[in-house]
Each structure stands twice: as C-alpha cells, then as structure tokens.
Design a protein around this ligand. Structure first.
Ligand SMILES: *Cc1c(COP(=O)(O)O)cnc(C)c1O
Length: 404
C-alpha cells in the first residue's frame, strides 16, 4: 500500500472536521488573549520569587488568567501542584469533611484517584471518615435513574470525570455535563459539583465551569500547559471553594497568600497562550490516526464519525502483540528517546502492568505525542497528544510502515 496516498485520502475525508477544530482553537485563542490583555500581563510577571512568596505577582496573576479563561471566580495555578492526581487530591481534601460523602456519577474514577478516595490505611479520604459512592454509566452515558435513586443528604461533592481514563467510553461533552449539573441541582443538591477536567481543556468552546460545575481541576503537562509548562496543576472555581482548597494546598492558617517559585513563570504563561493551538494540533493528530486505524479495521473511540470531547483516542487491538507494537512505534517516532523499546511495567497507582510510550521533552507530558495502556484484554492503546500535527503525521507514517 502507498502510505502517503493513504494518509492524503484520510486527510481529505477529515477536512470538515479539521475546519471545526480550527474554529474552536480561534475562539479559545480570543478568550486567552482577552484575559492576557485584561490583566495587563507584563515581563515582570514571569519573574521567580523566593521564600514565603508574599505578593508574588506572577502567581496571583496566573490564577486570575485561568479563572477568567475558564469562566470562574477564582483560580489556583501552581508548580506546587505536582500532577493532575495531586491537584484533584488537594481539591477533594479541601472540599470534604469527615462524614461527608463524595458521589461520583461518571463511573469508577481514574485509577490513581481510587487510592486517594477509598484506599485502606494510606491516608485516603476514607481514612478521614469521608464516604465514597458511585454510579456506573449506562451505555457510556450518565445513568440518571440510578443517580436519582442513590442520591442522599450526606453528599457534599458530586464528582464527574470528563475524560475516559483507562475505560472504554467517550469523554463527556460540556452539553452532557451541563445536563448532569442541572439534573443534580434538580434533586436539591446544593453542594459542590466537581469536575476532573484532565485532557478536556480547550477542546470545546466552553469548559465545565461555564455550564454548571463549581470547581474543576487538571494537569499542566496535559492540555492547559500548552506543551510548555514543565510541571504543575490548576484548580479553578467558585471563590468560596477555592479558598477552602487554598487552605489545604498551603495551611489552614495561611491560604493563598504564600507560595514562591524561584524557577519563574514564563512557561506557564506562554503555555496558556499556546494551549488553544496546541490542543487543536493534538485533536487533529487523534482524528488522523483514528481515521487511518478505522480504515485498517481497528475499532477506535470516539468513533470517527463523532466529535471528540478530549484529546485521547482509544484504539482496540484485541491482541497483546499488536498493541505493544503500536506503542513501541509511537516511541520510535518520538523526538526524545526514539531508540528506546517500551516494555510493560508495574507503575505506582495502577493495578495492572502498563506500557507507555512517552518520548517527550517534558517527562511524561501527555499533551506531547504519547500512547499507553494496561496490558490486558481487549488490548487497548490510549493515544493522545501531539504538539504539532506534522509530528502526528510522521508517527502515523511509521506506524503504517509497521502494521499497514
Ligand atoms: C491524567 C489523568 C488524571 C491525572 O493524572 P496525572 O498523571 O496524575 O496527571 C486524572 N484523571 C484523568 C481522567 C486523567 O486522564
């Protein structure tokens, strides 16, 4: 098969979808530009600070920018949030108190959150007397009947995970999240609606906090960091909740007035500036790979006729070797560590062996072209990222040479 011609054919079938992705990127770029202008971002904001970090303008302004872009009252953006899991953890511990219940309506939360929420004797929320209840999805969608019948007074946080994680379901759109928010409010819920927004930022023209969620959190080495952030996380939402969470991030007596970072903030600002475009490149890469794999007979999700609501794509191989070869090829097509052959491995926070391709400039950054998954039937590779569409296309060409 002529792979170049095959890829060109895939691209021509995707033209309309690519145009829609460009429109979203432009809309979100405008949002970001207006925030930068409103808060008069200047070179001094990029300076690092030391010690307690009182009056750290770079830190405070960054929080305001994120809040503005995500349509919230307040925001925390910090290199001291070590990862997505840590941002979500800090937020949940800030929001919940003993005897409260956190109620997850999007099925079982992402693997690394399970130990956080109901781990035994590891300092989990459960160890602090916080209950966990959840409702599974029905055909991949919110199960409103079950949500309604499980609803109770002790629930203080309703938890929604937007992206699929290592599950075979599609990400929720903001329209679906809006409907779910309205539904739980209709049940009389007046606590906090919380969204794990990992992989979701800038994929649509709206964010969950613009359609009814009170708080959302995510990682800066995924979408929101635009491929430039070296680490960090964000938590945005209603001021009263962000205050509670800020007291957990630092200390109850201190809140958000301390926190220095001597490394400086340029990459976090520039990353936010880049993020709408970078996310569009990742989505186009995912669409191209999805189209090509579908034509080769590999089922992938979201199916190619559907609009993607996050930057991940699950490709079902049904065979361990095929899955492992695909992931290895992604690694060989990477700018960093291209000579490395990936092996399945035991990773902290996961129950099964995971195989991961991440030949990334920022270690483990999955806004960069990467693929991973637990090695178990039906052998699904979760593919995401791509800082540039051209790199995605290059990786696809290599994959096709191997398996096409
Ligand atoms: C990536 C991810 C997280 C957090 O993961 P980290 O690796 O800790 O950044 C949480 N939830 C979902 C759905 C994710 O995709």
């Amino acid at each position: 098969m002529n792979n170049k011609k095959f890829i060109e054919d895939c691209e021509s079938r995707l033209e309309k979808k690519f145009k829609a992705v460009d429109e979203i990127a432009y809309f979100n770029q405008v949002k970001v530009m207006e925030a930068f202008r409103e808060y008069r971002v200047a070179l001094r904001h990029f300076n690092g600070t030391t010690g307690y970090g009182y009056d750290d303008e770079g830190r405070d302004c960054l929080g305001k920018l994120y809040a503005k872009v995500f349509g919230t009252e307040s925001g925390i953006v910090s290199p001291h949030l070590l990862s997505g899991t840590h941002a979500l953890t800090v937020a949940l511990f800030g929001l919940l108190r003993p005897a409260d219940t956190v109620f997850c309506i999007s099925g079982m939360p992402y693997d690394t959150l399970r130990g956080v929420i109901f781990g035994e004797g590891n300092g989990s929320l459960k160890d602090f007397g916080i209950n966990f209840e959840y409702v599974g999805l029905k055909d991949g969608k919110f199960d409103y009947e079950e949500i309604s019948s499980s609803f109770n007074e002790k629930i203080k946080v309703v938890y929604i995970q937007r992206s699929r994680g290592y599950e075979l379901r599609d990400a929720f759109s903001c329209a679906e999240i809006e409907e779910a928010c309205k539904f739980v409010r209709g049940l009389g819920f007046n606590g906090c609606i919380f969204v794990d927004n990992c992989y979701g930022e800038f994929v649509e023209m709206k964010e969950p906090t613009e359609v009814g969620a009170d708080v959302m959190a995510g990682s800066l080495i995924k979408n929101a960091g635009g491929g430039l952030a070296q680490n960090g996380g964000y938590i945005c939402g209603k001021e009263k909740y962000i205050d509670m969470i800020g007291k957990r991030l630092t200390a109850p007596s201190i809140g958000l007035e301390v926190g220095s970072y001597s490394g400086g903030y340029q990459y976090l600002y520039q990353g936010l500036f880049m993020a709408p475009h970078t996310v569009s490149q990742a989505i186009k890469t995912g669409l191209l790979i999805g189209q090509a794999m579908a034509e080769l007979g590999f089922k992938n999700y979201p199916s190619i006729d559907k609009t993607p609501y996050d930057i991940t794509r699950a490709i079902e191989f049904g065979d361990a070797d095929k899955m492992i070869n695909f992931i290895r090829e992604v690694q060989y097509a990477s700018p960093v560590d291209s000579f490395v052959t990936c092996e399945p491995w035991d990773m902290p926070g996961y129950d099964e062996q995971i195989i991961m391709a991440a030949g990334t400039f920022v270690s483990g950054a999955s806004i960069e072209l990467s693929a991973d998954g637990p090695v178990k039937p039906p052998y699904i590779a979760y593919f995401q990222g791509g800082l540039t569409y051209e790199h995605g296309k290059y990786a696809l060409e290599r994959i096709l040479n191997k398996i096409g």
